[in-house]
Design a protein around this ligand. Structure first.
Ligand SMILES: NC(=O)c1ccc[n+]([C@@H]2O[C@H](COP(=O)([O-])OP(=O)(O)OC[C@H]3O[C@@H](n4cnc5c(N)ncnc54)[C@H](OP(=O)(O)O)[C@@H]3O)[C@@H](O)[C@H]2O)c1
Length: 347
């Protein structure tokens, strides 16, 4: 059953202009509008959790693997929500669904790209915003399909204490690899080793390239076979200097560049990819949605046996969403960052 509250107001963050850098505050306006009415073939979704993703900054600004977020509409965001009203054959009121919605209490959609979440109570709903959602799939397919780690190899991941990074490290451990994370701050590096089971983690904020190289070299005595790229910039150059022959680089993200006013130059030591015969391949998680079942089959038992951990960092309230987004760029989150917009339905 859908929740009984009858909606009247749709609070929302409207994108009014495109950011030039990280000036999100001046580009998003808080507004209240009437709750939209779904027409034939549409559903009304009430947002429960709004996913905070580094790519939100890209969507605000320009076309990428999706068209740019439209101006004067609620900002685009991945939503986990409850169907309140359905005129669509595939959905009914009370279904828990996820898809590309808006930074708003409610969204009307034709259901394209939206899927039902198996909210049968066996897993908390938050799992579907992280390990059993886009985050888990990004880490799983990026690492296994593109990184192809072999037992005994060394896997390094940047933004390691974030949503994707913390999963990548665990997936690599489960394939018998040595796993080293790069993250900002002592608390995060300790958490990676103590809680997430990484073999080592280095703090890139305690110095510059020279210090990071020293620490990473010590943590990777046999060099680096797989580098799961999340950040770009000078960290990438340091990692490239330690790559092994035939290393693989799943190019997942380049967060250090997303808010740059101008396109940034690539790594200055790209010759390392040449001389070490490395393979770098970009990927977008949306290409893997059809293979969700494959992932669920393998990681289900790991979750049940407690071999795979996941952490969601929940910020309260849609009104704070812009501040929440900023946390991704300052390193204020540990694990998957979401905003709680509305209550989970009583079950
Ligand atoms: N290809 C795909 O389909 C796909 C899908 C999802 C995500 N991604 C990408 O994967 C990466 C991680 O995304 P996520 O959702 O898991 O976010 P996240 O890692 O939970 O959060 C971002 C983290 O990046 C680190 N960071 C921010 N600015 C940095 C900088 N200038 N240099 C180094 N580290 C920086 C921060 O951690 P520290 O405290 O360690 O700095 C921050 O916590 C992003 O690049 C994202 O765009 C790609």
């Amino acid at each position: 059953m859908a929740s009984t509250q009858s909606p009247t107001v749709n609070r929302q963050w409207v994108l009014t202009k495109r950011p030039a850098g990280d000036d999100f505050e001046s580009c998003l306006e808080w507004r209240e509008a009437p709750v939209p009415t779904p027409g034939e073939g549409q559903i009304l979704v009430r947002t429960i959790y709004l996913s905070m993703d580094p790519s939100n900054a890209i969507w605000m600004r320009q076309a990428s693997y999706i068209p740019p977020a439209p101006l004067n509409e609620p900002m685009l965001g991945l939503v986990l929500g409850e169907v309140m009203e359905s005129h669509h054959p595939r959905f009914k009121a009370g279904d828990i669904v996820s898809g590309l919605g808006g930074w708003a209490d409610y969204a009307v959609t034709d259901g394209k790209g939206w899927g039902k979440v198996p909210a049968d109570g066996r897993m908390p709903l938050l799992a579907f915003t992280s390990v059993l959602g886009m985050t888990g799939m990004t880490a799983y397919f990026g690492l296994y399909d593109i990184g192809r780690p072999q037992a005994g190899e060394t896997v390094v991941v940047s933004a390691a204490a974030g949503a994707v990074g913390s999963m990548v490290g665990q997936f690599a451990k489960l394939r018998g690899c040595r796993v080293v994370g790069i993250a900002g701050g002592a608390e995060k590096t300790k958490w990676l080793v103590d809680e997430m089971g990484f073999d080592a983690a280095v703090d890139y904020k305690t110095g510059g390239p020279k210090e990071l190289r020293q620490a990473l070299k010590a943590a990777c005595p046999n060099g680096i076979d797989v580098y799961f790229e999340n950040v770009g910039g000078w960290i990438t150059e340091v990692v490239y200097s330690l790559l092994n022959l035939r290393a693989r680089i799943p190019l997942c993200g380049l967060i250090s560049q997303y808010n740059a006013a101008e396109p940034q130059p690539g790594p200055r030591n790209m010759d390392q990819l040449l001389v070490k015969r490395c393979r770098m391949e970009g990927f977008i998680v949306l290409d893997y949605t059809d293979r969700m079942g494959e992932m669920a089959k393998e990681i289900g038992p790991w979750l049940a046996e407690g071999k795979l951990k996941w952490k969601v960092d929940v910020d309260e309230g849609l009104d704070g969403a812009v501040k929440s987004l900023r946390k991704l760029f300052s390193g204020g989150n540990v694990g998957k960052l979401v905003v709680r917009v509305g209550a989970e339905p009583a079950r």
